[in-house]
Design a protein around this ligand. Structure first.
Ligand SMILES: NC(=O)c1ccc[n+]([C@@H]2O[C@H](COP(=O)([O-])OP(=O)(O)OC[C@H]3O[C@@H](n4cnc5c(N)ncnc54)[C@H](O)[C@@H]3O)[C@@H](O)[C@H]2O)c1
Length: 422
């Protein structure tokens, strides 16, 4: 088949014929545009209950797409390789429409890419898992942030040997906790479900599943979620929609063992490798001293998008992962292999986390399917330093500095021995 490539060139290739179910605002703004950069992805058919929209979307696709108002009709009459589903919520019940729609397609053996939130609970996800098993196929969920270049790199940074294991994280996000306990279908629950799955999916991908959570909700709706993982990692999620609408929506910081990484606004990534800011009290430069183990370029690393050139990568579909998630789905359909990220198992973990989170406040709750938190609190062993001049035991003189009461040599309890100074 002859199609247009990413630069508008003529290309000959084997297409992946896709159907699109749901011709709404999100499909128009964020699902169809990045598909233009995936030449194999040919939209063969559109389906929406609204006939006029289905017809106009088919006309706007720039292909010979057909249109339908009924999913069964589309599936029976079209020769498709996969289906994209972007249908949203049931107006009355507040239930995401994905489980029944997606299950029907999966049972026919067709792979599905669906928008988030996949369901209002784990039951809905299980319905789709059963259907995928029945149809011998797979589904991918639109947790776009997991595919964004910055989250991808953040995860790679946390895997560096220098980073150590993840010990702690803080995620700040602009959404309030739902007021109605346990009800993610209520209007405020729906708002939370719709947005918070992004946070939950990034945490699931970068850190893994928490085992136990506790939630505190303030009178404004602001919330703090405390997560404990079975391996001892702890994390908080700070939620509030009370910040200025002019500020970025999110900030995510992950701390390792002597290193940390910060992702601001989904795009500005900083990595702080292990290093020393110099001895307390006597350091005269904020730059780390140059030495064998610390060359002049040792220090934080910062990545940010470039917005001047005609590159694709500064566009929101590329910064936020919309393109990359679709590229992954089309590749999965072509190779007939399930996606490596954001499959139904990931959706189940995310919804299991949300289901637990939507309970009452100020109590520890276990997350189903996760191992128990077994670590015990231990009191840190006291530090002890010997004066390198007098050989006497040094005394803690404030919160973190040690002094030799004989000769006055001081050192920080946070630095290595060679950093001790008279
Ligand atoms: N990932 C993101 O960043 C992001 C951003 C915005 C919206 N979304 C998600 O996109 C989805 C859609 O949002 P929207 O604003 O486009 O909603 P919308 O209401 O504008 O569009 C949904 C469309 O689906 C159609 N539809 C529903 N059920 C159908 C069915 N069974 N068969 C055929 N057509 C059907 C409706 O007629 C409607 O035209 C939601 O799940 C939302 O959470 C994701």
């Amino acid at each position: 088949m002859t199609v247009l490539g990413g630069e508008g060139e003529i290309r000959s290739l084997r297409p992946v014929r896709l159907g699109v179910v749901g011709c709404g605002g999100h499909t128009y703004r964020n699902v169809l545009p990045p598909l233009r950069q995936i030449p194999e992805a040919v939209i063969a058919s559109f389906c929406d209950h609204n006939e006029e929209k289905a017809r106009l979307y088919a006309r706007a696709a720039g292909s010979d797409a057909t249109w339908h108002t009924d999913l069964h009709e589309m599936l029976s009459s079209e020769d498709l390789d996969g289906v994209i589903v972007v249908v949203g919520f049931d107006d009355e019940s507040g239930e995401p429409l994905y489980p029944p729609v997606v299950a029907e397609i999966l049972r026919r053996g067709l792979p599905v890419w669906m928008e988030k939130p996949p369901a209002a609970d784990t039951l809905g996800v299980r319905q789709m898992i059963d259907a995928a098993r029945e149809g011998g196929t797979f589904a991918q969920v639109g947790f776009k942030k997991v595919f964004s270049p910055a989250v991808d790199r953040l995860k790679q940074l946390t895997a560096l040997p220098d980073f150590g294991r993840i010990t702690q994280y803080t995620y700040t996000y602009d959404v309030d906790l739902p007021a109605e306990i346990g009800n993610l279908r209520s209007p405020s629950g729906r708002r939370f479900l719709d947005d918070f799955v992004h946070v939950a999916s990034v945490l699931d991908y970068v850190v893994g599943s928490a085992s136990q959570i506790q939630v505190v909700r303030g009178p404004s709706g602001a919330g703090i979620v405390v997560n404990q993982h079975a391996d001892g990692t702890i994390g908080t999620i700070s939620l509030s929609s009370a910040a200025s609408g002019l500020s970025p929506v999110e900030r995510f910081e992950v701390v390792g063992e002597g290193a940390n990484a910060v992702l601001e606004n989904g795009a500005y990534l900083r990595y702080y490798p292990p290093g020393d800011r110099g001895p307390y009290g006597t350091s005269t430069s904020y730059l780390p001293p140059v030495g064998v183990a610390s060359p002049p370029d040792h220090g934080p690393r910062i990545w940010e998008p470039e917005f001047s050139l005609g590159n694709l990568h500064g566009g929101s579909h590329f910064v936020q992962g919309y393109y990359h998630q679709m590229r992954h789905f089309v590749d999965s359909v072509r190779s007939k292999r399930p996606p490596q990220r954001c499959d139904l198992a990931a959706a189940l973990r995310v919804m299991s986390f949300l289901e637990t989170l939507a309970g009452g406040f100020c109590e520890w709750r276990d997350i189903a399917g996760q191992p128990q938190v077994t670590y015990q609190h231990v009191v840190d062993a006291p530090q002890s330093f010997t004066c390198s001049v007098c050989g006497n035991a040094m005394t803690l003189k404030d919160g973190w500095n040690y002094v030799c009461r004989t000769c006055g040599l001081t050192r920080s309890g946070q630095q290595s021995a060679d950093a001790a100074r008279v």
